[in-house]
Design a protein around this ligand. Structure first.
Ligand SMILES: Nc1ncnc2c1ncn2[C@@H]1O[C@H](COP(=O)(O)OP(=O)(O)OP(=O)(O)O)[C@@H](O)[C@H]1O
Length: 263
């Protein structure tokens, strides 16, 4: 569960570069709920994910994950609660380490054990099993450097890494945006499968209206740091991509020029 109350984030306060990125955001993501988060450029989506992960500190308000008030906790002290996959396949893993070394680091997230104990024989078996589930044949390449993988393969491994240590919350920041359509569909299908199997409370930022309606069970739209739409259930089922685009148009007061939003 994530409970965000009256959350405000102001970058560079008191300077000419002051920017109010989040403005009194209130919402609760129930345990196991999968929310897609949309909004135009600069709406505050990544800031919201960053605030939940602890990369961005709240200027006002509070953030509770599960039973824990994490508002003043640094990112490292939230690591056992929160896992994140980024848009850039290179961002969430180390290209010069092997696949299994990356998995070992991920499995140790939020704990204080070394790489050697993290790479025990039983751990290696677990890694092989989890990577085999991807169906990409990477279980036979565990000693290959992560940097040798394609973007899509790397995002698939990043998803395994994100879910390996056990976490309360999964944050996905346009994690399929840099992939070709086929790989993007594969990684999204994988995401939905892992989310359902592990019952993870999930927030996924996307620029694709199609993804926003097809994945998860609830869609939230941010605009200028505020929630302007929050739909689930029958109301969401009744929405099409055209309806979302219309809503976008209304809140932005202008036409959408980016065709990617319609996909
Ligand atoms: N570290 C920072 N310092 C100053 N301003 C920032 C910082 N991070 C974000 N901003 C500003 O805060 C606003 C919200 O940014 P954010 O990245 O959250 O938007 P977004 O909805 O994720 O946009 P996009 O879809 O373009 O990624 C933007 O105006 C952005 O320029």
């Amino acid at each position: 569960m994530i409970r965000v109350s009256h959350l405000g984030v102001t970058f560079n306060p008191g300077t000419p570069l002051e920017k109010r990125a989040l403005n009194g955001v209130d919402f609760t993501v129930e345990p196991g709920e999968f929310v897609t988060l949309i909004g135009s450029n600069g709406a505050g989506k990544s800031t919201l994910l960053g605030a939940v992960a602890g990369d961005v500190m709240a200027s006002e308000g509070s953030i509770v994950i599960g039973e824990t008030d994490v508002t003043r906790r640094a990112a490292a002290r939230r690591a056992g609660l929160v896992a994140r996959v980024f848009q850039d396949p290179l961002a969430g893993s180390c290209g010069t380490l092997s696949i299994e070394e990356n998995l070992a680091l991920a499995a140790a997230r939020g704990r204080s054990r070394g790489l050697a104990s993290a790479l025990s024989r039983s751990r290696r078996t677990l890694f092989r099993e989890r990577i085999a589930e991807l169906g990409l044949g990477l279980e036979n390449r565990l000693e290959d450097q992560m940097g040798l993988l394609s973007g899509g393969q790397r995002q698939a491994v990043s998803l395994v890494m994100a879910t390996l240590a056990g976490c309360e919350v999964l944050l996905l920041d346009e994690h399929t945006a840099a992939l070709d359509p086929h790989m993007a569909a594969f990684v999204l299908e994988l995401t939905c499968r892992f989310q359902a199997e592990l019952g993870l409370t999930t927030l996924m930022v996307t620029h694709s209206m199609r993804q926003a309606l097809d994945a998860g069970t609830r869609t939230v739209m941010l605009h200028e740091g505020r929630i302007v739409l929050d739909v689930k259930g029958d109301e969401r089922k009744g929405l099409g991509v055209d309806d979302l685009v219309d809503m976008f148009r209304k809140v932005r007061g202008q036409e959408i020029e980016d065709d990617a939003l319609l996909l």
